[in-house]
Structures are given as structure tokens and as C-alpha cells.
Design a protein around this ligand. Structure first.
Ligand code: HEM
Length: 532
């Protein structure tokens, strides 16, 4: 090749490259332009369709209420203001991406929560980030897939199964109380509740779901640490809008930590399910070689493994793993939050605390051991009223979101267009002054059956309501009663001091995350009562 030819071919190849880049650039520009136009048209369409709802002041026509929703005490006070001002609902949008209707009044909440599951969809804004962890599980799936799973999983929450768990709730609570006794003996009476109670609910859930004794209350467990890490990272991701896109998130430090914790959690559930499948498929005569399997009462994994639909089909191993992961997530933080806030409310109301304690002491009279049995749970009416009032005042889940595959009619001729996100505010409904007298007061007598008559349906929805309500609510209420009853038998509670805030006893700043927590923790003072 002559020098001239070489130079020519070089120039041509550069020109070719430039031309390719130009074409690619133009193509990319066209795609971005088309995407932007589509986004803006969609934005205009939703803005128009949602004009039947009042719209609180927005930052701009394009960014809307982006950055105005806060997961803090101020965020909850903002909901109180919205409820005061707009009474039933208002529209809200987060940039041109997400269009929401926020709903606070039971009359508006009811048609949405009671809608058939076939037209109800879980939206990606809240639930999408859970998918890598939970897969297509009950909490996230929709339509026919959801309904088959709900049918297959319902037997796992039957009374006959739940009964067996009460002994496990007692054991996990006893372990926690042993730790508390140890702390009190060394003079540490001001105790942060969430740390202790979360480990306790994880401990009991691991026993109920997998018959797995993790000892996580006494020594650290890799699996439990990974669950806590995943829950924290989900909240962090929700709050950073750029992290909502997978292709950005998986490259961040948080995304990498998420993947690492995920592999620990998934490995654990995979191994449990595979081992149990192998055990269950053993021929009957050899089962005697496994006395452990015979002695053990059935846990969630057993029930789900044996569950079959109308066509005799069960769930695959992957599906069972997804459900087991979901129970662990949906069951531990929520129940821990409910327990902590109930103890907090009783610590602030000595009279109610004493009345509950008396009720439990009457129940235990003549017994030589403090053990709450399944049959005892219905003999704690006042304690149950206090638990329900606490679930109203400090509901663990603040809101649920839904989308619908068709337009949804609401009172006063308002319509939620299909595809818009409905953010049903459990907090707003539970603090609605038109529904509850003195909504910010702790008053368990509201739940006295004698006073319940006037209560609006759908005014009390801590477990949501309708077809997609909480499948674990009876499990949670049983655990709550056992933990609260045993705690009051053994300890007197008074408001504690948050050492970080240096606040006065009982003062807290609520922290709505995946569940309702308290900034810097929830601190109580414990005084040990006489031993059993
Ligand atoms: C006090 C404790 C609890 C509270 C306040 C609570 C609250 C809720 C709420 C509000 C929902 C509706 C979520 C939504 O629509 O997006 C829900 C669903 C669910 N909960 Fe619970 N929950 C609690 C305990 C539990 C427990 C102990 C379990 C399991 C062991 C559990 C498992 C589930 C599952 C699987 C769903 C999805 C149900 C479905 O879509 O069919 N929950 N829970």
C-alpha cells in the first residue's frame, strides 16, 4: 500500500466513524425527544383527568410536589394539614413521572380497597424495589397469579396452625425478658425498644416460618443482619429518585450492598426449602429415622410445600422461597413496630397500663408458670383494646398504594383515571377529625365494643382492608397479645429518655420509614416486678 493510499484509507475510516457516530447520535436524540414528548403528553393528560381533585401548592408545573413529601415528623404533620384542608383527598405529582391521588377519608378509601383484586394492581413506585428481594410473591403479584397464591397460602394462617405458634411467641419473649433483666440488674433501666423487639420478632418468625433456631437475640446472625440491611437500603432507595432506575442503582455503593445482602438471604431460604422438600418427600417408613421431623409441629414452609390448588398443582421451590422471604419482611418490622408503640403508649398512660396488668394477673392466678396459651388470648379484652388503639394512633404501615386497570368512581362524581397511583393514607384515615374525636389522644375506650357502633367502616385499617388485606393479621395480633401481656406481668414501664436528643421523658419524633419508627429510637424505663 502506498503512503497516499494509507493516508486516504485513514481519512475515509475516520470519516466513516464520524458518520456512524452522527447517525447514532441522531437516532439517540430522536429516541430522547420522542420519550420526552410522550412523557409531557402523559403529564398533560393526567393533569387534566385529575383536575376534579384539589391540588395543594406545587413547586412548579413540571416538578410538581417533588421533594415535598418527607419521611419525618414534619411529613406526618403535613398529612394532618392536608386532612384538615382537603378533608377527603387531593392530587399530587412527582415530576412528570408519577401522578397520585392521596386519600384520607373512609368514604373515599372504601371503594378503592374493596375493589376486586382482578382490577387492582400494586404500583412499581413503592413495590418495584422489593421485587429483587421478594420475587413475584403474594405482596407484589397481581390478577390471577395473586389469587392462586392467596388461595394456596391462606391455610398457613388457619387458627389450627397459628395455635402452635403461641408457645414460640412465649419462648422468644422470655429470651428478650432475660436480656432485659440482665440489663436492669446492671443499672441500665433506660432501654431502646426497637433494637430488642425487632430481634425478638425475627427470632419468633424464623421459628414459625422455618422451625429455625437462630439464637439471633443472643448472638449476631448473618441472615438477620442481612434482612435488617435490606430493609434499610429499601428506604434509602425510595428517597433518592435517581436510584429508582435499576441501571443507575446497581452501579451505586448501596446497590452493591443490596446485592450482597440479597445473596445471603436468598441462599438461606433456598437451602431451607430444598432440605424441607427432600425431608417431606422421604418415603413414610423411613420417616421414623427422622424423629426430629415427627416431633416438630408444622411450620409455614411445611404447609406451603403441601398446599395444592384445584388442579393438584403446588408452588415451585422458587415460589415458596419468594413467599418465605415475603413473610420475613412483611411480618417482622410491622409486628415489632406495633409492639414498641403499644408499650410506649402504655408507658405514657399508667392507669391503662395498670388495668391491663391487672387483667393479665387475674388470668394467671393459680398458675405456677407465666405462660400465655392460645385459649387465653380471648380473655384479654382490655389489653386488646389498648393494642387496637395503638395500631390506630401509631399505625405501623402509614399508607398503601394501588393502581387500577379501569377508571374508579369515588363519591361526589370524582373519578380516579386508570393508571394513576392511589395513595391510601392509613395515617390520615386514623387521624381524621371528622371520624375520630380527639384523634391524637390515646383512648382505648374507643374500641370498647359498647362504643364501636358509631364507628365508620374503613375508619380503622391498620391491616388495610378488602381482598388485598394483610394475610398475617391474626398471627400479628396473637404475638402482640403474648408479648404485651408477659411484659406487663414482669416489668413496669415509664417513658424513657432518648440520650441522642437529650429530650424530656417520652418525647419522640416519629419516623415513618417502611414502618413507623422513632428518630433515635424509642426509649422506655423498665422496672422489674417480682419474679415468676
Ligand atoms: C402489626 C403487624 C402487621 C401490620 C400492621 C401489617 C399490615 C399490612 C398491610 C397494611 C398490608 C397491605 C399492604 C399493601 O396493600 O400494600 C399487609 C399485607 C400483607 N401482610 Fe401484613 N401486617 C402485619 C403483620 C404481618 C405478618 C406477621 C405477616 C406474615 C407472617 C404479614 C404478611 C403480609 C402479606 C403476605 C401481605 C400481602 C397480602 C396480599 O397482598 O395478599 N403481615 N400487611
Amino acid at each position: 500500500m502506498s503512503l497516499l493510499q494509507g493516508v486516504l484509507s485513514q481519512v475515509l475510516s475516520w470519516t466513516g466513524l464520524c458518520q456512524v457516530l452522527l447517525v447514532v447520535g441522531k437516532g439517540l436524540g430522536a429516541v430522547v425527544a420522542a420519550w420526552t414528548v410522550k412523557l409531557l403528553v402523559r403529564h398533560a393528560w393526567y393533569t387534566h383527568r385529575l383536575s376534579c381533585f384539589s391540588k395543594p401548592h406545587a413547586n412548579s408545573w413540571l416538578l410538581g410536589h417533588l421533594g415535598q413529601m418527607q419521611s419525618t415528623e414534619e411529613g406526618l404533620l403535613q398529612v394532618d394539614d392536608l386532612v384538615q384542608k382537603y378533608t377527603h383527598s387531593c392530587s399530587w405529582f412527582l415530576g412528570p413521572f408519577y401522578h397520585l391521588v392521596r386519600l384520607f377519608h373512609p368514604d373515599y378509601v372504601k371503594p378503592l380497597l374493596m375493589a376486586p383484586a382482578s382490577i387492582t394492581m400494586k404500583d412499581e413506585l413503592i413495590y418495584g424495589h422489593l421485587r429483587p428481594w421478594l420475587g413475584q410473591s403474594l405482596l407484589i403479584s397481581n390478577g390471577e397469579e395473586w389469587s392462586r397464591k392467596r388461595r394456596l397460602l391462606t391455610p398457613a394462617f388457619h387458627f389450627d396452625i397459628l395455635k402452635n405458634y403461641v408457645a414460640k411467641f412465649n419462648t422468644s419473649t422470655n429470651t428478650m425478658h432475660d436480656k432485659w433483666r440482665g440489663l436492669v440488674a446492671t443499672g441500665q433501666t433506660n432501654i431502646e425498644m426497637f433494637d430488642h423487639v425487632t430481634l425478638m420478632t425475627l427470632d419468633s418468625l424464623l421459628q414459625c416460618a422455618f422451625s429455625y433456631n437462630s439464637n439471633c437475640q443472643q448472638s449476631s446472625s448473618e441472615y438477620v443482619l442481612a434482612i435488617v440491611e435490606l430493609s434499610d437500603l429499601i428506604i434509602d432507595r425510595r428517597q433518592k429518585i435517581l436510584h429508582h432506575w435499576d441501571w443507575i442503582y446497581w452501579k451505586t455503593q448501596q446497590g452493591k450492598r443490596f446485592k450482597k445482602a440479597l445473596s445471603i438471604v436468598h441462599r438461606f431460604t433456598r437451602e431451607v426449602v430444598q432440605k424441607r422438600r427432600a425431608l417431606i418427600s422421604q418415603p413414610r417408613e423411613t420417616e421414623t429415622d427422622f424423629p426430629e421431623a415427627q416431633k416438630r409441629k408444622k411450620d409455614f414452609v411445611d404447609i406451603i410445600l403441601l398446599s395444592k390448588d384445584e388442579d393438584g398443582q403446588g408452588l415451585t421451590d422458587e415460589e415458596i422461597q419468594a413467599e418465605a422471604n415475603t413473610f420475613m419482611l412483611a411480618g417482622h418490622d410491622t409486628t415489632a413496630s406495633a409492639i414498641c408503640w403499644t408499650l410506649y403508649n402504655l408507658a405514657r398512660h399508667e392507669d391503662y397500663q395498670e388495668k391491663c396488668r391487672q387483667e393479665v394477673m387475674d388470668l394467671m392466678e393459680g398458675r405456677d408458670k407465666h405462660q400465655i396459651e392460645w385459649e387465653d388470648l380471648s380473655s384479654l379484652p382490655f389489653t386488646t383494646m389498648c393494642i387496637r388503639e395503638s395500631l390506630r394512633l401509631h399505625s405501623p404501615v402509614q399508607a398503601v398504594t394501588r393502581k387500577y386497570t379501569q377508571d374508579m368512581a369515588l363519591p361526589e362524581d370524582r373519578t380516579v383515571p386508570k393508571g394513576a397511583i392511589c395513595l391510601v393514607s392509613i395515617y390520615g384515615t386514623h387521624h381524621h377529625p371528622a371520624v375520630w374525636t380527639d384523634p391524637h389522644e390515646f383512648n382505648p375506650l374507643r374500641f370498647d365494643p359498647a362504643n364501636a357502633e358509631g364507628q365508620a367502616p374503613h375508619a380503622f385499617i391498620p391491616f388495610s382492608s378488602g381482598p388485598r388485606n394483610c394475610i398475617g393479621q391474626k398471627f400479628a395480633l396473637a404475638e402482640l397479645r403474648v408479648v404485651v401481656a408477659l411484659t406487663l406481668l414482669r416489668f413496669r414501664l415509664t417513658p424513657g429518655v432518648n440520650p441522642e436528643l437529650g429530650s424530656s421523658p417520652g418525647e419522640v419524633r416519629r419516623l415513618p420509614q417502611l414502618v413507623l419508627r422513632a428518630e433515635g429510637g424509642l426509649w422506655l424505663q423498665l422496672e422489674k416486678l417480682q419474679d415468676e
